[in-house]
Design a protein around this ligand. Sequence first.
Ligand SMILES: NC(=O)c1ccc[n+]([C@@H]2O[C@H](COP(=O)([O-])OP(=O)(O)OC[C@H]3O[C@@H](n4cnc5c(N)ncnc54)[C@H](OP(=O)(O)O)[C@@H]3O)[C@@H](O)[C@H]2O)c1
Length: 227
Amino acid sequence: MNDDQLLLSIAVLGGTGKEGKGLAYRWARAGYRVFIGSRSEEKAVAAAQEIQQMLGEGSSVVGMSNPAAAKEANIVVITVPYSAHRDTLEAVKEELKGKILVDVTVPLVPPKVSTVQMPAAGSAAQEAKQIVGEGVEVCAAFQNISHEHLMDDADVECDVLVTGTSKDARAETIKLVQAAGLKGWDAGPIENSVVVEGLTSVLIGINKKYGSTHAGITITGAGNSPK
Ligand SMILES: NC(=O)c1ccc[n+]([C@@H]2O[C@H](COP(=O)([O-])OP(=O)(O)OC[C@H]3O[C@@H](n4cnc5c(N)ncnc54)[C@H](OP(=O)(O)O)[C@@H]3O)[C@@H](O)[C@H]2O)c1
């Protein structure tokens, strides 16, 4: 375990769901302390126990309410459907001050989930920044990673584009990407999240057309580390 892991604890709001539980599994596997958040403490405890059983002794995964998880952790990840995005953030925004929020939300509008439909703020992540206000760095990441990849130990053939409100916050988020066993790229300011969130609808469309379940993207032709 390195110094970052000793210092960092991660809350996953909506970590009882498909994407959040998969990310929580991967971070707990990497040695981070993980707090699973939910609207229901009982549901959060059950999800935490499921991950603990998969990983065995030595891992640290605890279930609690979303606000309690956001309060406990150094870095907070939100993985809820877009329809629950605003309410979930409003319920935890006081707990987020001084922290990094990593938004995984894709603003899908059923039933046309393979059509890009962005909110007035520009993207879900920009809307999150408006909701949480000053004193919170917001990054957007993991939108293009299908949950199907996450609850096992296989390599994932999809990169993670990280956008966010500061270079330092993006660098911290890229560490989480790497801890999850994925390759992360600094994809620039939070305004660029519109492209990454939109790409998910394109990938969903490709899955439908080509009979796949987890189409993804990789960046080619770039160096290995940012300047
Ligand atoms: N699934 C994927 O492969 C994938 C990939 C990339 C990005 N994403 C994005 O990640 C986010 C989560 O996706 P998911 O597939 O994990 O979603 P999900 O399993 O349907 O829901 C995740 C969690 O959100 C909470 N939730 C659901 N409906 C809610 C509501 N109406 N109000 C408040 N909380 C609610 C639930 O937690 P509690 O009931 O415990 O509170 C649920 O377990 C979405 O924005 C999605 O677009 C998903």
